[in-house]
Design a protein around this ligand. Structure first.
Ligand code: FMN
Length: 508
């Protein structure tokens, strides 16, 4: 399994890594530079090599994935240069595999090059950024993974949750309702016990991709990370906890959250492009040991409006794959493609499913299930179903379908009181959160009138071939795009009978 450093070398080889050698301040400047750079699609990953007030070697990575499909491909062990839909298909296959992690000895784990315990623990020794002007503090964990153990079943969970520095030995841990670590914490506290935590603050981007997705609660995400890569993840046992964490991580903090221990945290500029809920109490982690590699790299994720929001594009790929898989596992036929739009609140807000309509009510069934399946239920507000001749990843085509095949009064349904988050800016007053709502938009040709629905203007396959062959002779650059639909003259009888009826009607 490659680690962050190998990933950086590969990405550097692709010309997609920019090393910032000049000194930059952790206090808003690093995040501001990242925001401006990443606001342009295709921006490189940014490695800040000299942070003000810190020795050289204490580095911070921003925009690791950003809007680059190639950087996602490298993280997931795929070939760079594929389209989003091709990557979604491949991600589905890779996520079906599960490979258990292997435990390595303490001395074999690069993360154990330095181990600090007791009084030597100081989280402020790492150049954690303060991101936005109104943030409540410095966030040391954003592109991170947090390891906890289910007190009932013993299953380990790896989830991405933010962490704000409270003081040199304490960090806050923000957990949304229903998230695995939150459930572990609630159960441990019910039992009057502390929860053990291992916070990994510098990681291989694959772990961020996997850790930020909801997987079945009885399975450990390490197995999915191994499955995606096709080899087991190396993990190592903690010094002060019974947890296993990635052996190749850059920085890992181990500690506990004591029963009912909370402290005020936030606000934080969020994936929605707004500050989240106002300052509130969140669980307080007491850091008891820190492990780090020599010259450690913190991995930071800027949360912002698109395209500067770090989670946008990889959420698009991986959530699309998860939702498609959920629909498949439920046995829903006719699914041609699923696409989560990266610009919709960090890829959380909108999903489009393309189907071949096979029966009455099929489109409505797909919309309702895509809205509520495990891979798609959290936050998603807009669920659009389109026919098979519409590429769900082509926003122009989806909008065209919504404008020509959807009649809002008949084709939009609303689900109320659904799974959402304290971070949704539309739910006010904030105390009313975290319930959400979802619009199911049927932008398919009406099933009932499919046969007589206005015929789409398309060219014949023969004419496409002819134009393709003559493309250069006609002086046109490149190659013509391949249309998703061709005129096949099927069901023309119906159309002709409709136009006859229309003629009769107009002659009356
Ligand atoms: C960069 C980033 C930061 C995130 N921060 C948080 C957070 O602070 N709290 C939270 O509950 N979810 C956060 N999420 C979303 C969770 O990672 C996601 O819901 C995931 O499913 C949680 O893991 P779990 O399903 O094992 O609980 C974040 C996601 C990303 C990509």
């Amino acid at each position: 399994m490659i680690d962050l450093r190998e990933w950086l070398d590969t990405v550097d080889g692709l010309g997609e890594l920019h090393r910032v050698k000049a000194e930059v301040d952790w206090n808003e400047e690093m995040a501001a530079v990242s925001y401006l750079a990443a606001s342009q699609e295709g921006a490189p990953a940014l490695l800040f090599e000299k942070v003000k007030g810190y020795p050289a070697g204490r580095r911070v990575l921003f925009n690791a994935i950003g809007t680059s499909l190639s950087r996602i491909a490298v993280a997931m062990g795929m070939a760079p240069g594929q389209t989003a839909m091709a990557m979604i298909r491949e991600a589905r296959e890779r996520l079906k595999r599960r490979i258990e992690p292997v435990e390595v000895a303490e001395g074999e784990a690069p993360v154990n090059q330095n181990i600090l315990e007791g009084d030597r623990v100081d989280v402020t020794a790492f150049p954690a950024p303060k991101m936005w002007p109104l943030d409540g503090g410095r966030y040391i964990g954003t592109a991170d993974v947090i390891i906890t153990r289910n007190p009932d079943t013993g299953v380990l969970n790896m989830g991405t949750y933010r962490q704000m520095i409270q003081d040199s030995q304490h960090v806050g841990l923000y957990l949304s309702p229903g998230k695995d670590a939150k459930l572990h914490l609630q159960r441990a506290w019910q039992q009057g016990k502390p929860l053990e935590v291992a916070a990994c603050w510098g990681i291989d981007p694959l772990l961020l991709i996997i850790g930020s997705q909801g997987f079945p609660k009885n399975l450990c995400e390490y197995e999915f990370a191994g499955g995606v890569k096709g080899e087991p993840l190396a993990v190592v046992k903690g010094r002060v906890t019974d947890l296993l964490f990635p052996a190749h991580a850059e920085v890992v903090a181990e500690g506990i959250i004591r029963p009912e221990s909370v402290r005020s945290e936030g606000p934080f500029g969020e994936f929605t492009g707004y500050y989240g809920r106002p300052e509130a109490e969140t669980p307080l982690m007491e850091v008891q040991a820190i492990h780090h590699r020599n010259d450690p790299i913190l991995t930071s994720a800027l949360m912002a409006d698109y395209p500067a929001c770090e989670q946008s594009l990889f959420f698009s790929i991986i959530r699309s794959a998860r939702i498609w898989d959920d629909l498949d596992r439920m046995g829903i036929p006719g699914i041609q493609g699923v696409y989560v739009h990266p610009a919709a609140a960090g890829g959380f807000g909108m999903v489009t499913v393309s189907i071949e309509q096979r029966f009455a009510g099929h489109a409505q069934q797909v919309a309702a299930l895509a809205a509520q399946c495990p891979g798609g239920a959290y936050y998603t507000k807009w669920i659009v179903v389109v026919d098979e001749d519409v590429d769900p990843s082509d926003t122009d085509q989806v909008i065209w379908a919504m404008a020509t095949r959807c009649n809002p009064i008949d084709d939009i349904d609303i689900l109320r009181n659904t799974w959402s988050t304290w971070l949704d800016p539309t739910q006010n007053p904030p105390e009313d959160r975290p319930y959400g709502s979802k619009a199911l938009i049927n932008a398919c040709k009406e099933h009932k009138y499919q046969q007589i629905f206005s015929r789409r203007t398309t060219i014949t396959r023969g004419m496409y071939q002819r134009a393709r062959e003559r493309w250069q002779e006609l002086g046109l650059a490149g190659e013509p795009p391949e249309p998703r639909a061709f005129e096949d003259f099927q069901n023309l009888q119906n159309m002709q009978s409709v136009s006859r009826r229309l003629e009769e009607f107009s002659g009356m």
